[in-house]
Design a protein around this ligand. Structure first.
Ligand SMILES: [Zn+2]
Length: 769
């Protein structure tokens, strides 16, 4: 091999090497507009790029109509050439040489792709030749289909619109693959002369160019004559349209980690639109009462995916305060929305059964004295009803029994991350809205429960993006058992919603939905969360700046929105009862507790299948009455033969006081017989030390022969207790600490009775000389 050959070979090799690497790996910078797509691929929203361009992420397909138009208009031999069209190039070269400047493009689509990727390079002949070389190189790298897609994604379409997809939405408000022939033709002529889109005389030229292209298509037989005629009749679009804005807050939330400019969301286009419409409809009513903000989240139980995300009322009215705030992750007072979780937890632990009576009497501890919504007390209320009616005082007693610390840990497992302070910080007001939750955490907790109960796969997080892998949660991680969840949902679906929730009837939904509302202190937050086997819908209504509005409650503001969203969803069958996780128990109908042998009416209930149960009903008691049923008696004070024995439902005195007002059938026990002594079976704090029953006391006498009396002694289990002394029904005085009293009874039989401050009493009958 001689020297020349070597040099030639080296040069050829160098040229080959240069050719191989002459084309940058990335032709185009990442697009800067961020688009939010529904799960069907529809455009829900777009955010303009920092330099003010509508420039969407590139698509790898080009709609057939636009493809036909652009090839016909720009590069008829596109499918035949290798990047450069020699015929056109030769003609252009001759023209350009004659004019000594570039007048004719002769650019193939491939060359135009190269040109678009080099926006700052000069338009000179050498540059053009260089681009032609790059174009041939691009033909090696990409298929014709890919080249066409590159062109469509990056061509200018007038103003700040780049790429076919952005142009289709901007000018026609539709995706590119839904454009007509006339629309596709108009877009095909634009990149060559983008300024034509501007209003004015340009429009006629644009129309002429479009129609000329339609004629050519007709001539080539791509469209028939009628199609052509109809297409030419279509007017040009008016001024550019706003981009879709269906889920602004989700777009804002996702755009900073969108990567390639596309947020592939899990939203359902039609449902999202429907939810927007429901919100707008209610907004008009609420706005009149100065309630301006709202958030709605719809989660599909089968997948844990978010199907509708309504962050706030932005766009419902001009200059709306606080409407830019995304209410989905916002932390707000929970109101009563956590109560059902406590109910479920207590059922699961065997601390209550659904009908267990919970004490509803005034509560005061360290200046914390919760009130029920209607400011009354009912003495004793079945736990199920506490949840259905969202009673505050019994809820506090339930939390007291369960333990705030334990409940906090349960909430943590259910993903309430905004509840992050200690049990001491929240205290028992935790159950009344003392802690903050977000729509997202609320929806997620109910989603966990629904998924667990319907035995669906569980995901640790709700997902709004289809490309984010989700961490699965194992079944056992949900802190409530299927049986506890089932009973909780049953309580929440009960049709019995009296008083403050009377308006539930307005929702007269034929479907079964488990739902709970909540209203925070000062009417600042109105919540409603509902669940079926297939969906969770969570709604918040209020003002994002925290201003409360009189009359705004969860049931009057949030629930109507929730029910309307449910009515837009396909109806779901109700959950199947998890009988595998339950067992049947005979309970007292009146107390809801496991029936004791004394309980007269019983029901058989399905309850969680666990070893621990509440104690049997203590309220049904056997009592002995006198023949006239006026007194309680016992064998020590009344002849056994005349006694009447009965079984009565007896509540502790304080509960009875309130319970009687609402339960007219409740019969209080008659008072105790004057001679009644507390049953031996009952623990009596009073003990009489002297005299004992039946003894004869002999009062001492002084030297003067006068009776000095006899010292009687008693004891009380509470060292601070006060005892009130009575002899034969006559009050003698009181003692504290040391219970001793000197008495001078007349000869004969006497009855000494001691009563303490709580009403406990003990009597003794003795004889005096
Ligand atoms: Zn009973």
């Amino acid at each position: 091999m001689n020297k020349v050959t070597k040099i030639v070979l080296i040069i050829l090799y160098a040229v080959g090497l240069w050719y191989a690497f002459c084309l940058p790996r990335r032709l185009f910078p990442s697009p800067c507009s961020v688009t939010l797509l529904s799960r069907e691929g529809d455009l829900l929203g777009a955010h303009i790029s920092q330099d003010g361009q509508w420039y969407f992420a590139p698509s790898d397909t080009v709609p057939e109509k636009f493809k036909a138009c652009i090839i016909c208009y720009e590069d008829k031999r596109f499918r035949l050439h290798g990047g450069v069209d020699p015929l056109a190039a030769f003609r252009a070269l001759r023209q350009n040489l004659r004019q000594d400047r570039v007048v004719s493009g002769a650019s193939t689509l491939t060359m135009q792709v190269i040109r678009l990727s080099r926006p700052d390079s000069p338009r000179t002949l050498p540059e053009k030749l260089y681009e032609a070389v790059l174009a041939t190189r691009l033909e090696w790298r990409c298929s014709k289909k890919e080249i066409l897609a590159l062109y469509a994604s990056h061509a200018p379409f007038g103003g700040n619109v780049v790429g076919l997809d952005a142009a289709a939405w901007r000018y026609f408000g539709r995706p590119a693959d839904e454009l007509s022939w006339a629309e596709s033709a108009m877009l095909a002529v634009l990149p060559n002369a983008p300024a034509l889109i501007h209003p004015g005389r340009n429009r006629e030229r644009l129309l002429a160019k479009r129609n000329a292209l339609l004629d050519q298509l007709s001539k080539k037989g791509v469209i028939d004559a009628t199609e052509c005629l109809l297409a030419k009749d279509e007017p040009l679009p008016d001024k550019p349209r706003p981009m879709p804005d269906q889920a602004y807050h989700l777009l804002e939330r996702g755009r900073f980690d969108s990567g390639n400019g596309m947020i592939p969301s899990t939203l359902d286009t039609r449902l999202q639109q429907r939810v927007n419409a429901v919100a707008a409809h209610h907004f008009d009513l609420y706005h009149a009462n100065l309630v301006d903000n709202m958030g709605i989240l719809v989660v599909e139980v089968a997948t844990g995916q978010i199907r509708a995300y309504y962050g706030n009322t932005r766009g419902c009215a001009a200059d709306l305060r606080g409407a830019d705030v995304d209410m989905i992750p916002a932390a707000r007072s929970s109101g009563s929305t956590l109560k059902p979780l406590l109910y479920g937890a207590m059922l699961q632990e065997g601390l209550i059964l659904p009908g267990s009576l919970i004490k509803d009497t005034p509560y005061n501890y360290n200046n914390f004295s919760p009130k029920n919504f209607n400011l009354t007390y009912e003495g004793a209320v079945p736990a199920r009803e506490v949840i259905e009616r969202s009673l505050n005082v019994p809820s506090v007693r339930m939390l007291e029994q369960y333990g705030a610390e334990r409940f906090l840990s349960l909430l943590g497992t259910l993903g309430f991350r905004t509840i992050d302070k200690s049990a001491d910080h929240y205290g028992l007001s935790l159950i009344l809205g003392g802690a903050e939750i977000s729509l997202e955490t609320l929806a997620r907790a109910y989603y966990y429960l629904a998924a667990r109960l319907s035995d669906r796969a569980l995901y640790k997080n709700l997902a709004y993006r289809t490309d984010v892998p989700r961490e699965r949660l194992s079944e056992g991680d949900v802190p409530l058992s299927p049986a506890a969840i089932w009973l909780t949902f049953e309580a929440l679906s009960a049709a019995n919603r009296p008083e403050e929730e009377a308006s539930w009837l307005d929702f007269s939904s034929s479907r079964k939905i488990a739902w709970k509302t909540g209203t925070s202190w000062g009417s600042r937050d109105a919540w409603s969360v509902g669940v079926t086997r297939d969906y969770v819908v969570a709604v918040w209504v209020g003002n994002s700046d925290g201003e409360g509005r009189a009359g705004m409650t969860g049931v009057s503001y949030a629930a109507p929105v929730m029910f309307e969203v449910f009515s837009s969803l396909p109806s779901s069958p109700w959950f199947e009862a998890p009988y595998y996780d339950m067992t049947q128990v005979e309970v007292c109908r009146r107390s809801g507790l496991p029936a004791s042998p004394l309980c007269p009416e019983r029901d058989t209930l399905w309850v969680p299948d666990i070893a621990v149960r509440p104690d049997p009903c203590p309220y049904h008691r056997r009592v002995h009455l006198d023949a006239g049923r006026r007194y309680q008696v016992h064998s020590g004070c009344y002849p056994v033969s005349e006694m009447v024995t009965d079984t009565c439902f007896v509540l502790p005195p304080a509960q009875e006081w309130y319970y009687k007002r609402r339960h007219l059938d409740y019969v209080s026990l008659p008072p105790k017989h004057p001679l009644f002594e507390v049953d031996a079976g009952e623990r009596n704090p009073i003990d009489i030390i002297y005299p004992q029953s039946g003894v004869t006391v002999i009062p001492t006498r002084g030297l003067d022969g006068q009776k000095k009396g006899v010292v009687m002694q008693a004891a009380h289990s509470d060292p601070d207790a006060v005892l009130f002394w009575h002899l034969d029904g006559e009050y003698l005085g009181q003692t504290r600490g040391e219970h001793e009293k000197r008495l001078c009874p007349e000869p004969g039989t006497h009855l000494l009775t001691l009563v303490d401050g709580d009403g406990a009493r003990r009597s003794v009958r003795f004889l005096s000389e």
